[in-house]
Design a protein around this ligand. Structure first.
Ligand SMILES: O=C(O)CCC(=O)C(=O)O
Ligand SMILES: [Fe+2]
Length: 194
């Protein structure tokens, strides 16, 4: 499978543009989009509660709890079609995952701000497998202390981006808004909670 590695200081990224065939990617996208449990959840930013500019869902093994930015999310069991995808992500990363955070960006005004996935429960050097479905969006990374180190990547339908090593320790990432009139994008991040 075609893989692109990126050379960044203290980050390790591997991008598989065609991880899923377009028909399979579309099938998974449609199945996810039809779920009724998508929710808009509040998060706390500097002590202030605001609604997240996107919908979310958390899949996990039984009794897993995962939270970020002051919220704890309830998990729902992995449907079969996601279990298969989880297995494929585990094979390519040689890791095991026990949760999958799903984000639904309804249009170009939905987004995710700068952050690192560096919660304690994810361990020291988390491997995060990020699947993109639907509309293409730009993904930005910037180094936490050197403003000159930046990177942008267009994430295509059916692609897999692996972030590993010290990426979360030294870099932040975001999914900015866009003024383009675009449809939904779904992102899945498979993670391991210790
Ligand atoms: O939507 C994306 O590609 C990124 C999502 C993300 O960074 C996250 O869920 O932590
Ligand atoms: Fe993230």
């Amino acid at each position: 499978m075609n893989a692109e590695t990126t050379n960044l200081n203290n980050a390790s990224l591997i991008y598989y543009p065609n991880f899923l065939s377009p028909p399979l990617a579309t099938k998974i996208y449609d199945q996810l989009l039809s779920l009724s449990s998508w929710k808009q959840e509040p998060i706390k930013i500097f002590g202030k509660e605001i609604m997240q500019p996107r919908l979310t869902l958390l899949f996990g093994e039984t009794d897993m709890k995962y939270g970020y930015s002051g919220i704890k999310m309830e998990t729902e069991p992995f449907p079969d079609f996601l279990r298969e995808l989880k297995n494929d992500c585990e094979s390519v990363t040689n890791t095991s995952f026990n949760v999958c955070l799903a984000n639904l960006y309804r249009d170009g005004s939905d987004s995710m701000g700068w952050h690192s996935d560096d919660e304690k429960e994810l361990g020291d050097k988390p491997v995060i497998a990020s699947i993109s479905l639907g509309e293409e969006r730009m993904f930005h990374l910037k180094h936490k202390t050197n403003p000159e180190e930046k990177y942008k990547k267009r994430l295509q339908h059916g692609s897999l981006l692996i972030m590993q090593g010290s990426t979360q320790k030294f870099w932040k990432h975001q999914l900015p808004k866009t003024k383009k009139g675009i449809g939904p994008r779904i992102n899945l991040t498979f993670r391991k909670i210790y």
